[in-house]
Ligand binder design. Structure first.
Ligand code: DPP
Ligand code: ZN
Length: 846
């Protein structure tokens, strides 16, 4: 497989005016008949006619009704086209049942379904499978299955067939088809301009039918929100969502027919946790928001993926901030960005807009999604709310129905606001996390008070292929606090545009600076600060993110010292105790503060300091600190748990889930001292959130074997809940046992290599067991490599994605590096390795 480069982009020689598809469904031999109207693209002289096609067997083909004999090679079809618009017709055969890659048309539990992003459509039939070719689609599905769905609005239907018409021109990656024995949960939404839209969430008959209410409610909330916040209304008569068990990603925004991994759509209090409800709400909104940001305005090519994903993630973040707690959501987003920082710090670092790829599916990353969203957020903070609103209005007015680029996106901001910093585009082209260092100076005045100078400087470390970086505009939201915690000046956004900048303030007293409030830029702030100052900010900063971050830094520094042999000191445990018992902050916020940084975070911090982290020492340090916090809070934990216990009927909203989160955090600390409360909580649990919190508390404290067995037996028929059991087994296994546990679980009859959720449950958890995966024996690396290879033979995309578990291997000591390197070499040497996994393992190994 060859690399594709952004610089090589050329417009499509042929455009498509109309697509007509007929599907004669059959599990092993589906026939697809296509009629495609092509016309020469006036924007180019090139008339090469080549259609992508990866797997379909060509049965016959015609040009303007006359039989044609195209050349069909592995990756496509070519023929000599007439020099005018023409009708291309083809009949192909495909085998959905043999499609274990879950890309294109495949079977899941007897249901036909599709996944076409990014390049699945070419596995269905021959087509110019690139996002800048957009066309209206008409689809006829022939099958005896009771429910036959595709994009757009329903047309004629009868015994054994159904027709669909999607009037909105779309790229092939947004095509979808679903057929099966499905049941709908229906609702109606009336748009702001008075059109009724039929909504439905489709599941298999059975218990899943009762688990759609929350998704439908979330969908309606999202539809209303997009009208109010962005003035964007829905544009078809129907909106369908289908839950599918075997799915590579979270969900897919196909026009009018979203297909969802069942784990992000189905929920009931007994079978989903609060966190899962929150994810469902966000993902339903995300996919819905794509209807405008992605579908109506799409990407010119896959290098522009962040154009739709960064913007749509930002929009779903805004939505969650509005319907939940903005402060808590922002902290969660910052936590997600730690994963992006990790990516930026390792061999897989790439710009938000990459410049080359082998398998585009390997670029559905934290950098494109999460950092992409941060760039939109920064733009908004730089141009202001009004400027942002004007820019987005212009974006849709100018580009509706088009496939565009990041240049088009930035131009819209320039034209609408005139104020976009010159070098903002570097954020899209330069990889790596900028380091911002802050230095300050205080010059007292004789008249009292003094002059405070704040100097900021930026530097971005080299990343693969990018040794030198230029400065980027960085908005640093800043507050200056007095000794009593009050704000000495009004909060300001300092825009650091050059390598260094300086700001002065006349102040009545020397301030404590609160920098990067609200996580105003995706950078790492470097500032010499002592623990006392961090403790002060943790106690006093009015900005919730900065407050949380101060506690986080305090804990990370302490854990780094402890990993080097120091003992736990009392400052952090006492600060957490004070916070836990302070009734003023939101319980969800307090729960987030009580969660210690992960072992991976600590390892990364040590690595940033130039040390090779010892995973066992990091693990031991974190365990010791958890125990120290428990002891410092011993007398307040039962009271806290009692106060936070929710007795009202279950609601998955921010208020109740925040209380349950703090309840669970207290229970977790308590379990380290006494298992009885968690054992009782497990027995008394009235919902899955409490059940999992209690079970996790027990397992994390070295108990819970009987409860885990009970959990497995009770939930053996519930695929999604059983995933949690698989995951907990590995996550809480002792480091030396983690790899063996994962291996044993993968050999159980309930383990199904064809189900990506189950694979992630086991092997995602193995990677999440930091000391287990990086165990000195190398067993974690070996087991991961074994199973990635097994998975790769069936599902290359899923295997390639999971291989990112190796991305931190260079952090560790030479012995571990040798073992991880050997595991990667074994992957790279495997016969019939997919291009997907080869690209990833190769980039990681280099
Ligand atoms: N486009 C999907 C999403 O992120 C992923 N395929 O919504
Ligand atoms: Zn998306």
């Amino acid at each position: 497989a060859q690399a594709v480069h952004l610089a090589d982009y050329a417009p499509p020689p042929w455009l498509v005016d109309e697509v007509h598809l007929v599907f004669r469904l059959s599990p092993q031999a589906t026939r697809v008949l296509s009629r495609i109207r092509f016309r020469p693209n006036p924007a180019t002289e090139d008339r090469t006619f080549r259609l992508d096609g990866d797997g379909p067997r060509l049965v016959r083909c015609a040009v303007d009704g006359a039989e044609a004999a195209p050349e069909v090679r592995e990756a496509g079809l070519t023929l000599t086209p007439p020099d005018r618009p023409f009708l291309f017709e083809a009949e192909v055969e495909i085998d959905p049942e043999a499609n274990t890659a879950l890309s294109g048309l495949y079977m899941s539990n007897g249901m036909f379904c599709t996944q076409c992003e990014a390049q699945g459509f070419r596995r269905i039939t021959f087509y110019p499978d690139r996002p800048d070719v957009m066309a209206p689609f008409t689809v006829r599905i022939e099958s005896d299955l009771p429910v036959l769905l595709s994009n757009g609005n329903p047309g004629a239907a009868g015994k054994g067939f159904a027709e669909w018409h999607d009037p909105h021109p779309k790229p092939a990656y947004l095509f979808a088809l679903v057929a099966g024995d499905l049941v709908p949960q229906r609702d109606t939404f009336v748009t702001s301009d008075g059109r009724a839209v039929d909504l439905a969430v489709w599941t298999r008959p059975g218990p899943d039918e009762g688990r759609c209410a929350f998704a439908i409610k979330s969908l309606k909330t999202a539809m209303r929100w997009d009208e109010a916040a962005y003035d964007l209304a829905y544009d078809l008569d129907v909106f369908n969502i289908v839950a599918v068990d075997d799915f590579n990603m979270g969900a897919m925004e196909n026009k009018g027919l979203n297909v969802f991994n069942s784990s992000v759509v189905l929920a009931s209090p007994a079978t989903a946790t609060d966190d899962q409800f929150a994810v469902i709400e966000a993902v339903v909104a995300h996919e819905y928001f794509h209807n405008w940001t992605g579908n109506r305005v799409t990407c010119r090519d896959w290098f522009q993926l962040c154009l739709k994903e960064g913007l749509t993630v930002f929009r779903d973040q805004q939505f969650s901030e509005d319907v939940r707690s903005a402060a808590v959501e922002r902290i969660r987003q910052a936590l997600a960005m730690r994963g992006q920082f990790r990516e930026d710090a390792g061999p897989l670092a790439h710009p938000v807009r990459p410049e080359s790829y082998v398998a585009v599916d390997n670029f559905y990353t934290a950098t494109v999604y999460e950092k992409g969203a941060e760039l939109v957020r920064m733009l908004k903070s730089i141009v202001g709310d009004e400027g942002y609103r004007d820019a987005l209005r212009l974006y849709f007015a100018r580009h509706d129905g088009q496939a565009v680029t990041i240049e088009d996106w930035l131009q819209v901001f320039r034209d609408a606001t005139g104020t976009v910093p010159e070098h903002f585009g570097r954020w899209y082209s330069q990889a790596g996390t900028p380091r911002v260092t802050a230095e300050e100076e205080w010059e007292p005045k004789e008249s009292g008070g003094g002059t405070y100078t704040l100097r900021l400087a930026q530097e971005t470390p080299p990343t693969p292929g990018q040794p030198c970086k230029a400065p980027m505009p960085i908005p640093v939201r800043t507050g200056l606090l007095g000794a009593d915690g009050s704000e000495l000046v009004e909060e300001r956004v300092l825009l650091l545009e050059e390598a260094a900048g300086e700001w002065t303030f006349d102040l009545p007293e020397r301030p404590v600076p609160s920098l990067l409030r609200g996580f105003s830029a995706p950078v790492i702030l470097r500032r010499e600060a002592d623990d006392a100052e961090r403790a002060f900010l943790l106690a006093n900063d009015p900005d919730p993110f900065a407050r949380w971050e101060a506690g986080r830094r305090l804990a990370t520094r302490l854990l780094c010292r402890m990993a080097g042999g120091a003992r736990a000191d009392d400052a952090l445990p006492q600060a957490l105790r004070a916070l836990a018992t302070d009734d003023a902050p939101d319980p969800a916020f307090r729960a987030l503060c009580l969660a210690l940084p992960s072992e991976d975070d600590v390892a990364q911090a040590l690595h940033d300091d130039g040390a090779a982290p010892d995973p066992d020492a990091v693990h031991a340090a974190r365990e010791a600190l958890r125990l120290a916090v428990s002891k410092a809070m011993e007398d307040v934990l039962p009271g806290l748990r009692g106060a936070m216990r929710v007795t009202a009927p279950y609601r998955p909203d921010a208020e109740q889930s925040g209380r349950r989160a703090l309840w669970g955090a207290a229970l977790g600390y308590e379990a380290l001292l006494d298992a009885a409360p968690a054992q009782a909580a497990y027995c008394e649990a009235t919902n899955l959130t409490e059940e999992i919190a209690a079970l996790s508390a027990l397992l994390a404290a070295g108990h819970g074997a009987a409860e885990a067995e009970d959990f497995r037996e009770r939930w053996s028929d519930e695929r999604l809940v059983l995933d949690r059991w698989f995951s907990l087994q590995v996550r809480f296994a002792a480091p030396e046992k983690a790899a063996g546990t994962a291996e044993a679980l993968a050999r159980r009859p309930e383990f199904d290599l064809r189900n990506p959720n189950r694979f992630r449950a086991v092997f995602g958890a193995l990677a999440g067991n930091h000391a287990g995966f990086h165990n000195a024996s190398g067993a974690g690396y070996d087991t991961m490599a074994d199973w990635l290879l097994k998975l790769d033979a069936l599902n290359p995309q899923a295997a390639a994605r999971m291989s990112t578990t190796f991305e931190t291997w260079r952090r560790f000591d030479p012995d571990r590096q040798a073992r991880a390197g050997a595991a990667l070499d074994r992957i790279l040497a495997a016969k019939d390795l997919s291009p997907d996994l080869r690209e990833m393992a190769g980039r990681i190994r280099d």
